[in-house]
Design a protein. Structure first.
Length: 188
DNA sequence: CGCGTTTGACCTGCGC
DNA sequence: GCGCAGGTCAAACGCG
């Protein structure tokens, strides 16, 4: 499969195709060349920016378990079927949620929206506290969590929950800025 | 004064 | 039912 040679394979980011955070994203399910029923991963494209993640990849499994990726291409995880259907069905009851990691010295990315911090909590077995933010736009209940990795304090995990009900607060190019901040690093 | 952060208390879900 | 951990609330406070 040609993605094995893809130069940006293994970006540790999770963004659903339907997210208005990345409205121009194209997301495809990948299947084994020799067995078209065997789902092996995802490929994401935003303009010239392209990433892929394999199902057997350790980071993929961590992201699925810890961050609750719920749907791709409009399909639920249950419908792409890996045997853990009940767990997947349980996950899809959660609100739309996705996460990505960036290498940054600051916790808060400038994603164009205004956020208000409403809590901070130390998490078991984590060196750094987790911060909780809500979108300040009236009627918009999007939340995000920010957690710095203990195994690599240069890496920040940002988890978004929900969809904005309003346009981005700042001028365009905000997503381009995030892509610039988003850094690819080898699998841990 | 308005808006955002801090932080301890409180709530809730889950495993035992 | 109990205890733990994660998530949220809200009063106090800081800053422009």
């Amino acid at each position: 499969m040609e993605i094995n040679n893809h130069p940006t394979l293994s970006l540790n980011s999770w963004i659903p195709a339907s997210s208005n955070f990345a409205p121009n994203m194209v997301m495809n399910s990948l299947y084994d060349d020799t067995n078209s029923d065997r789902f092996v991963g995802f490929k994401r494209e935003i303009g010239h920016f392209s990433t892929a993640e394999l199902k057997d990849h350790a980071l993929y499994n961590n992201a699925e378990t810890e961050l609750g990726l719920v749907a791709v291409n409009g399909e639920t995880k249950a419908s792409v079927g890996t045997g853990k259907k009940k767990a997947a069905e349980k996950k899809i009851r959660k609100p739309s949620r996705f996460a990505f990691q960036t290498r940054s010295i600051v916790d808060i990315l400038d994603d164009g929206y205004r956020w208000r911090k409403y809590g901070q909590k130390s998490v078991k077995n984590k060196q750094f506290p987790r911060s909780y933010y809500r979108c300040t736009h009236h009627g918009c209940n999007v939340k995000k969590q920010v957690q710095r990795l203990c195994r690599d304090e240069g890496v920040v995990v940002t988890t978004y929950e929900g969809r904005h009900t309003h346009p981005v607060a700042k001028a365009s190019d905000n997503f381009e800025q995030i892509l610039n901040q988003m850094q690819i690093y080898p699998p841990l």
